[in-house]
Design a protein around this ligand. Sequence first.
Ligand code: SF4
Ligand code: SF4
Length: 121
Amino acid sequence: MGSFKLGAMTLGGLFKKPETIQYPAQTKPMPAGLKGHVVNDVETCILCSICAKRCPTSAIEVDKKGRTWAINRFRCVQCGSCVRECPKQCLTMDPHYASPATQMEPSVFDVPEHEKVQAEV
Ligand code: SF4
Ligand code: SF4
């Protein structure tokens, strides 16, 4: 590429609208078909680990003893396998962007003890 063409491109870039936005202060409309990110309704989760076993990227970690369910959003490829396989249907794909993070750490959620439902006599 000639230096004239390169200079013209650089100058042109100064007057063009920026390609990026100041996320999260500014947001763009969600594109059609956006899969979003995995959300767990921890009130329903039974910590069975099926989602973790089915995840092709090992993005989910279940700690039954510590009663936590964790997802590493930097590993998740939004395949939806965990959502399809969860026996309690507590996983869903939220078609919005996940909150921005400053560290590449998993998001950890506490799973409450579920009270056993007593059958009424
Ligand atoms: S498969 Fe569903 S119920 Fe089992 S640990 Fe995962 S989210 Fe919880
Ligand atoms: S959507 Fe796919 S990659 Fe993401 S956590 Fe679920 S199984 Fe893993």
